[in-house]
Design a protein around this ligand. Structure first.
Ligand code: HEC
Ligand code: HEC
Length: 473
């Protein structure tokens, strides 16, 4: 063998294998480029992904603080105008009247967060050694941020400078782990015991509310306004009263609606009970500025409709504008929105909360014979897209629908509805209550009514199966 052929013979396979290696490397690189698997690309995209996850976590954490503790500067209304703080602290602390004892606060449906309390206080509560008739205890609880939704600011002498209200007041409750009304927070669970009207009626000065209602009812008095507030009862609030001045239905029933849960809200368009008001973030801005009366900008020219919203139109509630430097609402809307959408609906347990066999039969009926699934679309339980229906379509009266833009009812999401049917963490007398005004006491009443309204021809067994299915959502 000559030298050339020796070299060729040795080098050729080497060369071939080297070329093969280079080719496969190129192919790998090419492939990696497409799938983003090269080391460099990998790190970059992972970082990018993490940045998004980190942002989401941060937004949700911030949003939770806002939802629980932020009063958006609404002390300007509840304290500066209505003087609610004076009624809470009573004469003994420089306020007005007897003050609010812890027992009275619990009776009004206010809830106490056990995790906000120092261990020594928890121990005393367990031993029944806390004086529930002492207003000083109420003030101490507020100071610990332990009364859900009530934000206090204190003077150096321990008296209240002001109180503000937060979203948690109505849209959260506690799990009663220590005593009825005292437990761990349940963010997003509507407080069905909360007597909002009676709490507002504690305020020494209701003149700002009287003045607004006089736009529609020129002769209304302070005591009539207090009667309206007292008419709502536990678990209800009237979010439209100070827009349209309608306190009662044509049949003379209170116009307030049930406080809805704030969980299970992600993935669909219109929110609240009625109309095309808007999405979750619309409601967040609307409530913070027009209901809680925080300091923020709010825009909705539909409120200029003087037939539908005589008070709002007269007072230009659809054009509230504050200096961006003063705005205590708008900068918080993104995080608050994230948090609201992140709240999961509680999950019922088979055998505890519902009967699995019956629920399975009910599931067939829901999508079939009973036609529920045509509006309550699984698994959102409302329509993807336009989730509203006219009162005629629902075959119910239009009173509440017609108080909203769009004159419609929203298909209510049904996730976690077993909580209300079972009456979890609420007083027995407040359990159940379905539809916007709570007209149906039980889920069976709801199903009976659909059966009658839509001639579904359901047997008693089928109705019971459907109820078990509803409790399984
Ligand atoms: C005084 C009680 C009360 C407080 C406080 C309150 N809400 Fe509400 N909220 C209600 C009621 C009642 C409704 C239903 C209104 C309607 O449909 O007309 C509602 C509806 C909503 C909805 C729509 C829920 C759904 O099922 O589609 C959202 C979102 C919401 N509120 C967010 C908030 C936020 C955010 C705050 C704090 C800024 C807040 N709420 C404070 C009583 C309250
Ligand atoms: C045409 C659309 C439509 C159909 C069909 C329909 N629903 Fe509803 N559902 C609604 C709307 C709208 C509401 C809210 C009513 C209100 O605001 O008072 C609602 C509310 C409910 C509620 C009360 C929710 C709450 O939070 O109080 C339950 C329970 C319910 N529906 C179950 C059913 C069942 C069971 C069926 C089948 C038998 C059914 N729905 C069929 C549109 C529909």
């Amino acid at each position: 063998m000559d030298r050339v052929s020796l070299i060729t013979r040795t080098i050729t396979p080497l060369f071939l294998s080297l070329a093969g290696f280079l080719l496969s490397l190129a192919a790998f690189a090419n492939d990696s480029h497409r799938t983003g698997k090269s080391t460099e690309a990998n790190t970059a995209s992972q970082l990018e992904r993490d940045r998004i996850v980190q942002n989401a976590a941060q937004m949700v954490t911030q949003g939770r603080e806002i939802f629980r503790f932020d009063s958006f500067g609404d002390e300007q209304f509840w304290s500066d105008a209505l003087q609610l703080h004076k009624a809470i602290e009573g004469e003994r602390f420089g306020g007005i009247g007897n003050g609010l004892t812890p027992q009275q606060a619990l009776d009004l449906g206010l809830k106490v967060d056990v995790e906000a309390l120092p261990g020594s206080v928890v121990q005393q509560l367990e031993q029944g050694a806390v004086d529930l008739s002492d207003v000083a205890v109420t003030l101490a609880l507020i100071k610990q941020d332990a009364v859900l939704g009530v934000k206090g600011t204190f003077n150096s002498d321990g008296s209240l400078k002001s109180v503000g209200l937060t979203c948690a007041l109505c849209h959260s409750t506690v799990n009663d782990s220590l005593a009825p009304g005292v437990g761990e927070r349940l963010d997003g669970w509507a407080n069905h015991d909360l007597n909002v009207g009676a709490i507002i009626a504690l305020a020494p000065n209701l003149q700002p509310i009287v003045d607004l209602l006089r736009i529609v009812h020129p002769d209304i008095t302070d005591s009539q306004v207090r009667d309206v507030l007292q008419s709502w009862g536990p678990g209800k609030f009237d979010a439209q009263l100070l827009l349209d001045g309608k306190a009662f239905t044509p049949e003379g029933k209170p116009a307030a609606t049930l406080i809805p849960d704030a969980f299970g809200l992600a993935g669909y368009n219109q929110h609240a009970w009625t109309g095309d008001w808007g999405t979750v973030t619309y409601w967040n801005a609307f409530v913070a500025v027009l209901e809680l009366r925080g300091v923020g900008t709010f825009f909705d020219p539909r409120l200029d409709d003087a037939d539908k919203f005589p008070i709002a139109a007269a007072k230009e509630f659809g054009h509230i504008s504050v200096d961006p430097k003063e705005d205590q609402v708008t900068p918080k809307l993104p995080a608050l929105h994230f948090f609201q959408l992140a709240l999961p609906a509680p999950k019922p347990k088979a055998g505890v909360d519902f009967d699995a066999g019956a629920a399975e039969r009910g599931s067939e009926l829901f999508g079939g014979k009973a036609k529920c699934g045509s509006c309550h679309v699984e698994p959102l339980w409302t329509e993807p897209g336009w989730n509203l229906h006219t009162p005629d379509e629902m075959r119910i009266d239009g009173f509440q629908a017609n108080r909203a833009p769009g004159d419609a009812y929203k298909t209510m999401n049904l996730a976690g509805i077993f909580v209300r049917e079972r009456g979890l963490f609420m007083r027995p007398e407040n359990k159940g209550r379905f539809y916007h005004d709570g007209r149906f006491k039980t889920l069976l009443d709801v199903v009976d009514s659909y059966d009658a309204r839509f001639n579904l021809g359901l047997s008693n067994q089928e109705k019971r199966d459907l109820v078990e299915y509803l409790k399984s959502l």
